[in-house]
Ligand binder design. Structure first.
Ligand code: UT7
Length: 329
């Protein structure tokens, strides 16, 4: 008897640029210190793109690695979804640039903009496309070049972000593996919590907007901190109850790498031990939509997550947006 058709993770890949921005480097740019940054964020260093790199070039490397891991010729992909808030261009979509670069001749391609929740949103799209029977192989990427969007005169936000890309190939599967549950949400009334105020249709770029640095990101850190701490625990509790799982059934949570203190405080609320949560923020920083797939790839390749494990993915970020998925690996 066949089990239900699901979207299983057939392969993962990631790419981190070689450039590094350490806490000591940042303390030369803004008034901060290694001690403050480690205590308040858990971040020691972030990765930074080289001059010839961009979101699509990193995404391309991650995509090729995921396809190789899945033993899939990119020509067999049906769809490419790139989650990003730092696309190469306002248009066309970064997904189209990746589609061309990897030779995914048959694939449709589009971007989604759900900030740090973007990869979880992308997983939900892959799952829906596969479970409906419309598609068999879907590539989902999270890729960001946030170091080109942060304001390096604002010490409360520029210290958080780094660059990178992560990818997962989702494949139709009927052996029990795959996405078991998805939950997406948003609260647009808090759109101003994190935003780039200019450069869109509401406030096009002018000399004045650039002089006022409105083409760069602003972050209300405290507001996001409160939101993320509450949402993290709530998403996990909802996922457990919807899937009729106990914490013992879950091998690991792979969360958006937002801030070590937010992760610690959510785990405390849940009364979960730290080793049930995969965290790599110390060496990667906050890479928004890329953070979950980069962490997923590292967790798989290091053996922290193996086939048959039940894993919960949680993301939350600008929008505000949030989302969770439960996946049998
Ligand atoms: O992924 C989604 C996007 N991520 C986020 O939005 C991040 C969520 N928020 C956070 O991670 C934290 O709120 C921050 C790391 C941004 C800030 O940490 P915090 O513990 O919430 O600090 P705070 O904003 O409450 O500020 C405490 C103090 C302030 O000084 P006063 O007013 O108490 O004298 C800040 O001016 O820390 C000061 N401060 C800094 N000091 C040294 C803020 N940034 C820095 C800094 N270095 N980089």
């Amino acid at each position: 008897m066949n089990l239900p058709l699901r979207a299983a993770i057939a392969g993962t890949g990631s790419y981190l640029p070689e450039g590094r921005l350490t806490n000591d480097d940042l303390s030369q740019i803004v008034d901060t210190s290694d001690q403050w940054l480690v205590e308040r964020t858990g971040i020691h260093e972030r990765r930074v793109v080289g001059t010839e790199e961009s979101t699509s070039t990193m995404a391309t490397q991650a995509a090729l690695r995921a396809c190789e891991d899945a033993d899939l010729d990119p020509g067999e992909l049906d769809l490419i979804v790139v989650a990003t808030i730092t696309p190469d261009f306002q248009f066309p979509a970064t997904a189209c640039l990746v589609q061309d670069a990897i030779g995914a001749r048959r694939a449709g391609a589009f971007d989604i903009e759900a900030a740090c929740s973007g990869f979880v949103y992308g997983m939900s799209i892959a799952s829906a496309m596969i479970v409906s029977g419309t598609m068999r192989n879907v590539l989902v990427l999270g890729a960001e070049t946030l170091t080109r969007l942060v304001n390096y005169t604002d010490r409360s936000s520029c210290i958080l972000f780094g660059d990178g890309a992560g990818a997962a190939v989702f494949r139709a599967c009927e052996d029990g593996r795959g996405v078991m549950y998805t939950d997406l949400g948003a609260d647009g009334s808090q759109a101003d919590a994190m935003q780039v105020a200019a450069g869109g249709s509401r406030r096009p770029t002018t000399m004045q907007t650039v002089a006022a640095r409105q083409h760069l990101a602003t972050v209300d850190g405290r507001r996001v901190f409160r939101f993320a701490t509450e949402k993290f625990a709530e998403l996990i509790q909802n996922a457990l109850s919807a899937c009729d799982l106990s914490s013992d059934d879950v091998k690991m949570v792979v969360p958006h790498q937002v801030n070590q203190r937010i992760i610690d405080s959510a785990l405390k609320r849940l009364e979960w031990p730290a080793d049930k949560c995969f965290v790599n923020i110390a060496k990667v920083g906050n890479t928004s939509a890329a953070s979950i797939p980069i962490a997923l790839d590292e967790a798989r390749r290091s053996g922290c997550i193996t086939q048959g494990d039940t894993v919960i993915f949680v993301g939350f970020g600008a929008g505000l947006t949030w989302g969770a998925t439960v996946v049998k690996m």
